[in-house]
Design a protein around this ligand. Structure first.
Ligand code: FES
Ligand code: FES
Length: 155
């Protein structure tokens, strides 16, 4: 039976194996290739998307677990935190090779949505599961602080 979900605010119906990882459904069936495959074992964060706003590793999430849910990928990232993160990433020229960066941005935007003024410790805790082989960590942390400056503090 087809699985119904929303991806980037568009209703989708996918007639695929229910055990198919969400990552493959996004990349191979919906042609949303901004989300990357790194390890396939929930270890690197390259495949991070939001499911109902929560950062989630799509490589180990069966598509059946997303039925009725709202998935956001890097292609659909919006909202104040998403915009602030993307502007800061460009402003500070964060990426090197870029492979890990959509996952980094999805984790960072989820952090800022939950906590608009994160400390260094908050950032390290939220981002520790996103690995960057180019070691852009210093720029990532700076960009999250820069994005936070552009957001109003939550009451
Ligand atoms: S590809 Fe999903 S965590 Fe590495
Ligand atoms: S920018 Fe190359 S892996 Fe992170």
């Amino acid at each position: 039976m087809a699985i119904k979900l929303t991806v980037n605010n568009q209703p989708q119906e996918l007639d695929v194996d229910p055990e198919m990882p969400l990552l493959w459904a996004l990349r191979d069936h919906l042609k949303l290739t901004g989300t990357k495959f790194g390890c396939g074992m929930a270890l690197c964060g390259a495949c991070t998307v939001h499911i109902d706003g929560q950062p989630t590793r799509s490589c180990v999430t069966p598509i059946s677990a997303t039925a009725g849910k709202s998935v956001t990928t890097i292609e659909g990232l919006s909202g104040p935190a998403g915009k602030a993160i993307q502007d800061a990433w460009v402003g500070l020229d964060v990426p090197q090779c870029g492979y890990c960066q959509s996952g980094q941005i999805m984790s960072a935007s989820a952090l800022l949505t939950a906590n608009s003024k994160p400390t260094d410790a908050d950032i390290d805790a939220a981002m520790s599961g996103n690995i960057c082989r180019c070691a852009t960590y210093v720029r990532i942390r700076a960009a999250i602080h820069k994005a936070a400056e552009a957001l109003p503090a939550k009451a």
